[in-house]
Design a protein around this ligand. Sequence first.
Ligand SMILES: *Cc1c(COP(=O)(O)O)cnc(C)c1O
Length: 221
Amino acid sequence: MSVEENLAKVKNTIKNGVTLVAVSKTHPSEVVMDAYNAGQRIFGENKVQEMCAKAEVMPKDIQWHLIGHLQSNKVKYIAPFVSMIHSVDSMALLEKIDAAAIKADRVIDILLEVHVAQEDTKFGLSIEQARQIALSTEISQMKGIRLRGIMGMASNTDNMAQVKAEFLRLKVLFDTLKSTSQTIDTLSMGMSGDYMLAMECGSTMVRVGSSIFGHRDYSVH
Ligand SMILES: *Cc1c(COP(=O)(O)O)cnc(C)c1O
């Protein structure tokens, strides 16, 4: 199946009010353009360098979402154009993004990445750490960022009961934070293998890669 056909198929399964981020990491811009030409405008990348390279050659109305781990020293490269950063996992990084956004005369939408999966290799804040940052006076005073919500990944397992329990923990935190702030409206959870379940659990934004672009070949990078 072509990227256009895959995209149409995925879009058909997305609930009303849920935003689809097409995860284009590792796929060349010519392939990503197939999704663009089929109407997709929101793309997710997990590496700063790759996102910058694609943003440079691709149409300017694309909204680029960074979904992978962000090092403080690379914030400056994406601050001028990034639409949303899903992977904020410390106050120090938040301060860097705030400063870089102000310098670029922008306000950048951010999500706090929350770790609920069992794998300990994944980045992210604990639920309690995320709550503390979201409710802090520091964040409320930052003019360069807008806290829009949280992002999380469930464990990579076939045990759907476990995946569901993890999604529901994110949903509970999201609801708590949402009740405290008018800018919080985004719960980013769900990937190719679990986004249907994520939507059932209250996801408002899904990040779908392989179901649209096919399997990734990391050997070429
Ligand atoms: C790669 C990636 C995705 C997309 O994964 P697929 O299984 O290909 O849909 C979603 N979220 C994050 C954070 C990713 O790194």
